[in-house]
Each structure stands twice: as C-alpha cells, then as structure tokens.
Design a protein around this ligand. Sequence first.
Ligand SMILES: NC(=O)c1ccc[n+]([C@@H]2O[C@H](COP(=O)([O-])OP(=O)(O)OC[C@H]3O[C@@H](n4cnc5c(N)ncnc54)[C@H](OP(=O)(O)O)[C@@H]3O)[C@@H](O)[C@H]2O)c1
Length: 259
Amino acid sequence: MSQTQQITNVLIVGATGSVGRLTVQAARRNGLHPRALVRDVQRATLLLPGVEVVPGDLENPTSLRRAVEGADAIVLTHGSGGDPRPDARAHIDYGGVRNILQSLGSARPRVALMTSIYATRTDVPGANPWKRRSERLLRVSGLPYTIVRPGWFDHAGPTQRRLVLEQGGTLDGGIAREQIAEALIRSLLTDSALGKTFELIATEGSQQSNWSELFGRLKADEGNSLDGALDPNDLPVGSEPADLRQDLDAVRSRLREAR
Ligand SMILES: NC(=O)c1ccc[n+]([C@@H]2O[C@H](COP(=O)([O-])OP(=O)(O)OC[C@H]3O[C@@H](n4cnc5c(N)ncnc54)[C@H](OP(=O)(O)O)[C@@H]3O)[C@@H](O)[C@H]2O)c1
C-alpha cells in the first residue's frame, strides 16, 4: 500500500489501554478517524469521550466482525496484563491477533502491531514466545504491516526523546508511551515503514521529525520469512505445536481466498 491509498478510518484494538488511549489521540492528531474496539462500552465511553466505540471481545471471533468493517487500518495495542489466567498470553496477545486477522474476510487494511522489545528474547525474566508468534501470523497474512517492538513504557526521562529504531533483538531501554502511540500511527501513513519490524526506545536528545527517514533506514522483513529482518533463527516452525502451525496455514489461506 502506498500513501496515495487513503487511510481515514482506523480501528484501535486495546483502545482503553495505556498505549491504546494515546493511540486514539495520535490518530486524531494525524487527521484520522479512530474507532475503538472495547469490551465494556459504558466504561470506554467515559475513558474515550467523543470517540466511536464498537463492542467486541478478542476471544470471541464473531464479535469482531462489526468492528473491523470499513477499517482502512488497524492498530493492535492490546495486552493480557492483569489477566490472571496462566494461558492469558496465548488467548489474548496471540489469539487476539489471530482472531482479528480471521475476521477480516476479503478486506486488506494496513496493520500496525505493537509487541515488545523482548519479543525474540529467551534470556530475560518472563520471556515467552507469544508476541513473536502473533507477529508471525501478521507476516503470513499478506496484509501491509509494520511491527513495533517498544521498550519499557515511560522508563525514559523527559529529556530522552530521541528515537532509536533497531533490528536484531538486542536493543534495551525505555520510551514514552506517547511516542509509541505516535510511531504506530505514523507507520500507517509512511511508505518506508511497510513490511518492517523493529525495536523502539528513546535516548537523550530531541525527537526527530522525519518519519520517512527513520523508518527508511530499516531493513524490510524477507517476504517468505516468518520472522523479522535480523531476528535470531531460534524458533523453528517445525517444532511449534500443531495448533499454531494450523493457525499459520489458516491465515495464509485467508490470503489466497482474498485474492
Ligand atoms: N510495560 C512495558 O514496559 C511494556 C513494554 C513493551 C511491551 N509491553 C506490552 O504492552 C502491552 C500492554 O500495553 P498497555 O499497557 O497499553 O495495556 P493495558 O493498559 O493493560 O491495556 C490492555 C488493553 O487490551 C484490552 N484487552 C485485553 N483483553 C481483551 C479482550 N479479550 N478483548 C478486547 N480487548 C482486550 C484491554 O481492554 P479492557 O480495558 O477491556 O481490559 C485494554 O484496552 C502488554 O502486552 C505488554 O506485554 C509492555
């Protein structure tokens, strides 16, 4: 998709969350019409005054159809934090992406997915592959996408505004939530962000203004790879559980049907 293809309506998944709320604001700031996918309409209306809210639960695929209808773009900022179930990451972080993709029918919105700076790490406390697996679904979907892996939310000081975008999974550090939200929305509107996956933090200095250049320096993911450019090759698909391989196949066939 190029910038000449108009993006107006953007669905924000996780819109009531700490980054999602700021993403709604960033969408408005950039001239887009945000629509919030929410579980609790009453609560969301209070949190997001004046924003279009559409009910839906990421665990209930049929409930998502109305929300995705007519979306030119989708930003996924949902997360399972606070969900006490031991398998919440599988159901929400991963299953939410699968169910959104499966609900699209023949639609081909541009997608921005927020995962985590530790998406590919195995050596940090709490490391788990669910975000990485969710990224793989998006890569095989054939949709125009950008995957943003932010560092520690709001663990950057007020003078640390200079954005650092890297690939390879070794970067670490913090970034303001508001900068993550802006990066997600800008990725939808910038050609050079297409098909790219990157880690994102902020260091000492001012925020750059040329998003095209920031995204443009990055390598695009390889078209036939499940992983991001420069990701470690340590999660072979052949060793993945059968149901996850089936999910990848189902998302790939949706692409074939949509053609
Ligand atoms: N903390 C960090 O430093 C850090 C760094 C990098 C990445 N991350 C990742 O960022 C994510 C957290 O972001 P955040 O702080 O913005 O999240 P958050 O404030 O916990 O919000 C989570 C959002 O997901 C929504 N959600 C959860 N389950 C849902 C479901 N079944 N259907 C529909 N919506 C659902 C929540 O909706 P409700 O309002 O209805 O609950 C809420 O809008 C986590 O996945 C985390 O791994 C965090």
